[in-house]
Design a protein around this ligand. Structure first.
Ligand SMILES: [Zn+2]
Length: 372
């Protein structure tokens, strides 16, 4: 991981400038609260910002403690070389604990983990951070145990709760925290970051990924790694062509399994290695529904063009001709496309809630699309 350390430097975070200034101000002004709540849409960098903030503070603490680099204040960065940074990179930081949900919830066992973490004497004096990801998934006993900790802050301990669903948190927990909202990172900002990180990716491709990732850095990376542009082109040239032909010639009884076989073959292709060096780990649970969201993205464009006859509103600008062809030349009505969109949304919900066999799920999806 040596070459990756720079990615944890707070100055390398894409977007979120106001939030970073705010955090920097808290730290520099010596006004660190015992509880912070980072809230906002999923996958836009809240947990990463929390982690980068924590490790930068700890790096500064270490440098102050060891006499290197003078005062720790006003100097938030992640050097990647000191014992504090190295212990984090090796996954054993004595001053930082990251709690993730086990299964679908943060459970009481994880909160007990915090207790034992805090009972240890840290290697050097300074802050201690506990980041709780998906904090709103805490069950009642976990939330109440956490509340007690927030009510009785111990020394320089900072809890950072991260959530995309703040409404599900206990109001008493929320009231103990300083709130910090996050918005999706604008596409242009993400494109700029990726342009400098991956100069080999053509501009058009970056543009496409920026739109599809909806302001999520990790989402953007997942799309590049998963070769989603290639997938989209395959979908357009093969799957959509067949689907729409199928509608046009309703009397031809073609087998939907042939379509899903092609689709499954596309899904089996490996991931691109292009982003191997990036330190931000891609979503641990691979995004099972991403390719269907891609289908939705295309269907949405076909629908929009059919209704508006305008290219301006298309996400897939670079393949506007194909989108137009599907929208205008085929015998598929807007009602049919509406049905396809609905079926795709239902399918996405299904694969996100159940652990379905991917290829069987694809069979049933394409059968449904053809069952009009
Ligand atoms: Zn350091």
């Amino acid at each position: 991981m040596d070459s990756d350390y720079k990615n944890y430097d707070i100055s390398n975070i894409a977007g979120h400038k106001k939030q970073l200034e705010f955090l920097n101000g808290l730290f520099a002004g010596g006004r660190m609260p015992s509880g912070l709540l980072f809230y906002g849409q999923k996958n836009i960098g809240k947990k990463f910002t929390a982690t980068a903030f924590a490790v930068s503070v700890l790096c500064g603490d270490y440098r102050a403690f060891s006499g290197e680099g003078g005062s720790s204040s006003l100097n938030l960065n992640f050097c990647g070389k000191c014992p504090s940074c190295l212990s984090f990179l090796n996954g054993v930081s004595p001053n930082l604990l990251i709690i993730e949900p086990s299964g679908s919830a943060v459970k009481i066992e994880s909160i007990h983990k915090i207790d034992s973490f805090l009972s240890l004497t840290p290697a050097y004096p300074g802050y201690r951070f506990i980041i709780i990801d998906e904090a709103s998934s805490m069950n009642a006993s976990a939330a109440n145990a956490l509340l007690k900790m927030l009510e009785e802050p111990r020394g320089k301990t900072v809890f950072i709760l991260v959530t995309s669903n703040a409404g599900m948190l206990l109001p008493t927990v929320i009231s103990r925290c300083l709130l910090l909202g996050f918005s999706p990172v604008p596409g242009e900002v993400l494109s700029d970051v990726f342009k400098s990180e991956f100069p080999d990716i053509p501009g058009e491709t970056l543009k496409f990924y920026s739109k599809l990732s909806r302001g999520s850095y990790s989402g953007f990376r997942g799309l590049v790694e998963g070769r989603y542009l290639e997938k989209r082109n395959f979908l357009i040239n093969t799957i959509f062509k067949e689907l729409f032909e199928e509608y046009k010639n309703k009397n031809i009884n073609k087998n939907p399994y042939e379509i899903s076989a092609k689709f499954n073959a596309m899904e089996k292709k490996g991931k691109a290695k292009v982003l191997e060096k990036c330190a931000v780990s891609a979503e641990e649970n691979e995004d099972k529904s991403a390719v269907f969201e891609l289908i939705l993205f295309i269907l949405r464009d076909i629908y929009i063009y059919k209704m508006s006859k305008s290219e301006k509103l298309l996400y897939n600008e670079d393949i506007a001709d194909e989108i137009k062809r599907f929208a205008l030349d085929s015998a598929v009505s807007s009602k049919d496309i509406g049905y396809m969109i609905e079926s795709t949304v239902e399918h996405i919900e299904k694969i996100n809630s159940y652990n379905l066999n991917k290829s069987i799920a694809a069979d049933s999806y394409f059968s449904k699309l053809l069952s009009l």
